[in-house]
Design a protein around this ligand. Structure first.
Ligand SMILES: NC(=O)c1ccc[n+]([C@@H]2O[C@H](COP(=O)([O-])OP(=O)(O)OC[C@H]3O[C@@H](n4cnc5c(N)ncnc54)[C@H](O)[C@@H]3O)[C@@H](O)[C@H]2O)c1
Length: 388
């Protein structure tokens, strides 16, 4: 994007967001006398254990409904976290139940799009786990629907919220790496063991894992213009808790090349076959997962981009690399729904941006197409950038 186009784009997006925020706030204020944004979480599986403590910690939010088609899970989570919510076995029952303002979607990936659409049509704001829809087209239609109704929709991940992302973005803008050319991101483990949907059509390591690196690298380097990819299935059969032995239909091994503006190229590698003793937790790892190279320096994000431990800046021939930006400032990857919910209440615009989530969704779809055809796939989506 040229400078003029970019500033125009930013201005237009900011104005549109402000108008949307005002209209959505008006509808919220009219329906919420106690000033708390009423939350309904749909999908009470593994990740709800991370979401619920976040949502319950906020003085601005009240979790009023929990829903799961495995109904006992909604009941269990309500009890385990002492939520005091109403519980429901499906979205229609929930919509007919106690009123709420924002739906938090943490179900199987494949049903996010349809559930988010039902919620928007019922006049609810939406925070969705990734991906916010199955296709870029479906995601874009959801955003249009939200806009037409004066509602907001956002999609995970929340990696741009970390102080380490902000530090890296500022370091790049200050020119401390010189002329930037290349970047790499990687994330993998040996795959979830609890649910089949990760391996079924519409699942895969890109929407589950690579999505974090794609959000970080585009967030730092700007929107991608085109994608080339190779995807494969390394483990054709798996045994999972909910369905036993299953055939793996979605990629479990992915390499993507992203072309950004100014001839910058980045690479993402993700998969469900990566031995990594840290697995699902970055803990105190000193390994990096993102690296950006310029002509006068390089920097490495220590830990995962969703669980950050600091940034190593290496830009001197005489001084050793420095470990900087080690303070997480309270950032947690599962904070997205809380942050956007609070932004509605406090009339602020969060850094997490739905056009960014849509851009990442377009990248994932383009990677599947590129791998199937051997072609380089052009992208159309943009998002307001730089983000910090
Ligand atoms: N588990 C994690 O650590 C983690 C981390 C980050 C993001 N995520 C994302 O969170 C989402 C959920 O993952 P999970 O690991 O919690 O999966 P899970 O299988 O543990 O939980 C999903 C739940 O959604 C319910 N569900 C499915 N369809 C539904 C419907 N139509 N209506 C109501 N409930 C429905 C299922 O019954 C299940 O209880 C995925 O998008 C995943 O990528 C998970």
């Amino acid at each position: 994007m040229s400078e003029i186009t970019r500033s125009d784009f930013l201005k237009r997006t900011a104005m549109a967001s402000a108008a949307l925020l005002v209209s959505s706030l008006e509808s919220w204020a009219a329906t919420t006398p106690d000033k708390k944004l009423r939350i309904a979480e749909i999908g009470c599986g593994s990740v709800s254990n991370r979401y619920l403590p976040q949502l319950l910690s906020s003085p601005y939010l009240q979790v009023v409904s929990l829903c799961d088609i495995k109904y006992e899970r909604a009941v269990e989570q309500n009890k385990k976290y002492n939520v005091g919510a109403q519980t429901y076995p499906n979205i229609n029952a929930m919509l007919a139940g106690v009123p709420f303002d924002m739906m938090v979607t943490t179900t199987d990936m494949q049903v996010h799009g349809e559930l988010n659409k039902i919620a928007l049509n019922a006049g609810k704001h939406v925070w969705s786990e990734k991906p916010m829809a199955n296709t870029y087209k479906e995601g874009k239609a959801l955003l249009e629907l939200a806009k037409s109704k004066g509602l907001r929709i956002w999609g995970a991940p929340a990696v741009v919220d970390s102080p380490q992302f902000a530090f890296m973005s500022k370091t790049l803008q200050e020119g401390k790496l010189g002329r930037v050319s290349s970047a790499h991101g990687q994330y993998g483990h040996t795959g979830p063991t609890w649910s089949a949907f990760f391996y079924e059509k519409g699942g895969g390591s890109m929407p589950d894992l690579g999505v974090y690196n794609m959000a970080t690298l585009t967030g730092l380097l700007g929107p991608a213009k085109s994608v080339m990819a190779m995807l494969s299935i390394v483990t054709p059969e798996r045994t999972v808790d909910d369905k036993g032995k299953i055939k793996v239909e979605a990629e479990d091994n992915a390499h993507l090349l992203l072309e950004h503006d100014n001839n910058v190229i980045s690479h993402v590698m993700c998969g469900f076959n990566f031995f990594d003793t840290h697995g699902h937790e970055a803990g105190t790892t000193s390994m990096h997962s993102i690296q950006i190279f310029g002509s006068e320096g390089n920097m490495r994000l220590i830990g995962y981009d969703w669980e950050t431990n600091g940034v190593v800046l290496d830009n001197s021939y005489t001084e050793p690399p420095q470990l900087l930006s080690t303070d997480k400032g309270g950032y947690e990857w599962q904070e997205g729904a809380r942050v956007v919910g609070e932004s509605i209440v406090n009339k602020t615009e969060p850094r997490i941006n739905v056009e960014h989530a849509l851009h990442v969704l377009e990248i994932i779809e383009a990677a599947r197409k590129s791998s199937a055809t051997g072609m380089k796939i052009k992208l159309e989506s943009k998002f307001p950038w730089p983000m910090v």
